[in-house]
Structure formats: structure tokens, C-alpha cells
Design a protein around this ligand. Structure first.
Ligand SMILES: *Cc1c(COP(=O)(O)O)cnc(C)c1O
Length: 341
């Protein structure tokens, strides 16, 4: 317990740029639960973190941008996919703090660079956008460092945001979110057994797993990968968790055997629609009036739905679904891809 107090002290001491109206709502999704014939389902609405249309990156960026500003940085270099939610929110938060923002966005050859969805918003927020087309899409080569060097040549002090914001600072956002969720559930005397969340870079999942272990929550965290293999993630996330545990002096560090990660819902790849994802987006929109996104939350919700179908979750269970946002990307898809004609 003494060590948890030390971790809290270290996290509270981190510089933070507060922009999110917290706590985000915790809502019953009873019509969805009924439609799926499944467990009691609650949505933790991190799509409503508010700033720049919200999403999980707001909690991470509060600490990342806070740290950049505290170190005297005056510009941000952010990398991600063409429809990166991180890029959109970092672009807006940078501007709010008077920082110049350069985005290095990777796509695959043939992917449209028409400014729609998040890309449209990046431009509205005044970020400079460089697009790179490679396979695989995360091969930025030296482009990120080149962008930082170019800023330095102009006398700027750039801060390079790690991919997905999954540094210990970013992870702190989801350690704090664990405490926020635990308090909301305790107040309503709800003890879920599982928390479902999508995994991209893995920082959100890492924070949630580290939080669940060290704050002794009732739930275990199931992560649904939207791009990488389970094998890669087990190793990568155990290492990220160890680094964050060390930075914040947590007593418990999850090993690979403590991680519950699914990689069977990726489909053809990152950002590619699957039948299951389309179904999940449609069911949730029609039962709850809540929008999921095609890249992350739709695939994670399909993972939850499939677990119900396979009998891994039953009516006696209670689960929380962390809605990480991402719906601005909906506007970059063809209607038919989303099942709308
Ligand atoms: C980035 C993102 C995720 C994944 O978060 P990671 O911490 O990178 O794993 C999930 N959902 C949405 C909407 C995102 O933008």
C-alpha cells in the first residue's frame, strides 16, 4: 500500500494540461445487452472526453503535452495513420497551447489523401501535414526525425510524441482512468468481471492492466487488437508495463501470462472493415444511439459480441466496454462499406 501511495504521488506530480471534462459518463447499455442476449453491459464513455471531439487520446495527451510544455518545448511532431485520432487531438491541443504542430501520417499506396474525416480536422486546426505512402504503413523511416530537425533548423524546440502516445506519461492517463472508473462503480455497487478495450499501440490497455493489478479492481482487462499479433503484443506490452511500473514505483508488474489479448478480429488489417465490425457498429447505433468507429471500437465491440456467442460471457456476468471514441473517421468511409446504401 505504501508503494501505491508513492505511485499516486508521482502521478499527481506530473505536469498536466487539463482539457477534458472528467469523469466521463458510465452508462448502462441495457438495450444492447438485451439484443445480444448477454451480460449486463456498461459503457465507459471515453468518446466523451470532449476536447477536439474526444476519445482516449485526450487523457494521454493531457500528460504528454503537459510534459512538453513544462520542458519548454514550442512545437509537436506527431506520427500516425492518415485517419489518426491522435493527430487530430494533438493538432488541436497544440494550438490551444500555442505550439506549432507537424503531423507525419502514413498510408498505403492508393489510399485517398482527400481531406476527409480526421484529416479534414487536422487541416482546420492548422497543422502542417506530411503524408507518406509505404507498406507497412508504420514505416516512417527518418521522416519523423527529419520533421523535428527541420523545426530545429528554424530555431524551434520540437517534442516528438511517441507513436500512439504510449510512453509512461501517456499510460498515466489510463492509470488515472482506472481510479475514476473504480470510484464510479463502487458508488453504484457494481463489480464487473471484465473490461473490454481495443488495442492499437497498446498504451491504453497497458495503463488499464497496470491499474487493475495495483489498484486491485474486481475486473480483468480484455484487449482486442486492431492491427498487431497477440505474440507481438504480449512481449511489447509486458515491456511497456514494466517501464511504467518502474517510472511510477508500482509494486506489481504484469507478465505475459497476466495479459488477456485477442487478435482474431483484425480482419485484413488496420483500418480495413470486417463483417463483424460492420455488424457491431450497426447494432450499437440502433440499440443505444451511440456511434462506434470502424478502426478500433467497432472491432473491439465485435470481439465482445463474439465472446457472448461463444459462451465465454453469460447473463450472470457484468462487463464494462471502454468506448475509446474514433467516430470522426466514419466520415472517411464509403457508405456501402458501413452497410448503408
Ligand atoms: C488510438 C486509439 C485506440 C487505441 O489506443 P492505444 O492506446 O493506441 O492502444 C483505440 N480507440 C481509438 C478510437 C483510438 O484513437
Amino acid at each position: 500500500m505504501v508503494q501505491e501511495t508513492e505511485a499516486d504521488r508521482r502521478i499527481q506530480a506530473l505536469p498536466r494540461t487539463r482539457v477534458a471534462p472528467l469523469p466521463t459518463p458510465l452508462e448502462e447499455a441495457s438495450r444492447l445487452s438485451e439484443a445480444l442476449g448477454g451480460p449486463r453491459i456498461l459503457f465507459k464513455r471515453d468518446d466523451l472526453t470532449g476536447f477536439a471531439l474526444g476519445g482516449n487520446k485526450v487523457r494521454k495527451l493531457e500528460f504528454i503535452v503537459g510534459s512538453a510544455v513544462a520542458r519548454g518545448m514550442d512545437s509537436l511532431v506527431v506520427s500516425g495513420g492518415l485517419q489518426s485520432n491522435m493527430a487530430r487531438i494533438a493538432a488541436a491541443m497544440g494550438r490551444r497551447l500555442g505550439l506549432e504542430v507537424v503531423l507525419v501520417l502514413g498510408g498505403e499506396p492508393g489510399e485517398s489523401r482527400k481531406p476527409v474525416g480526421n484529416l479534414l480536422l487536422d487541416r482546420l486546426y492548422g497543422a502542417s501535414v506530411q503524408t507518406i505512402y509505404t507498406v507497412p504503413r508504420w514505416e516512417f523511416g527518418t521522416a519523423v526525425e527529419d520533421a523535428a530537425e527541420e523545426l530545429r533548423r528554424r530555431g524551434r524546440r520540437p517534442y516528438v510524441v511517441p507513436l500512439g502516445g504510449s510512453s509512461p506519461e501517456g499510460i498515466a492517463g489510463y492509470l488515472e482512468a482506472t481510479k475514476e472508473l473504480a470510484a464510479q462503480l463502487a458508488q453504484r455497487s457494481i463489480t464487473p468481471s471484465r473490461l473490454y478495450v481495443p488495442i492499437g499501440s497498446g498504451g491504453t490497455y497497458t495503463g488499464l492492466v497496470l491499474g487493475a493489478m495495483n489498484y486491485r479492481t474486481s475486473w480483468q482487462v480484455t484487449g482486442v487488437s486492431v492491427s498487431r499479433t497477440r505474440e507481438y503484443l504480449l512481449e511489447h506490452i509486458a515491456a511497456a508495463a514494466a517501464a511504467a511500473a518502474d517510472a511510477f514505483a508500482f509494486s506489481k508488474t504484469p507478465g505475459s501470462s497476466d495479459l488477456c489479448i485477442e487478435d482474431s478480429y483484425v480482419g485484413p488489417g488496420y483500418g480495413s472493415m470486417t463483417e463483424g465490425c460492420r455488424e457491431a457498429i450497426s447494432v450499437v447505433a440502433r440499440t443505444e444511439g451511440v456511434l462506434l468507429d470502424p478502426v478500433y471500437s467497432g472491432k473491439a465491440m465485435y470481439g465482445l459480441m463474439d465472446h457472448i456467442r461463444r459462451g465465454l460471457l453469460g447473463r450472470q456476468d457484468t462487463v464494462v466496454f471502454l468506448h475509446t471514441g474514433g467516430w470522426p473517421a466514419l466520415f472517411a468511409y464509403e457508405p456501402a462499406t458501413l452497410g448503408v446504401d
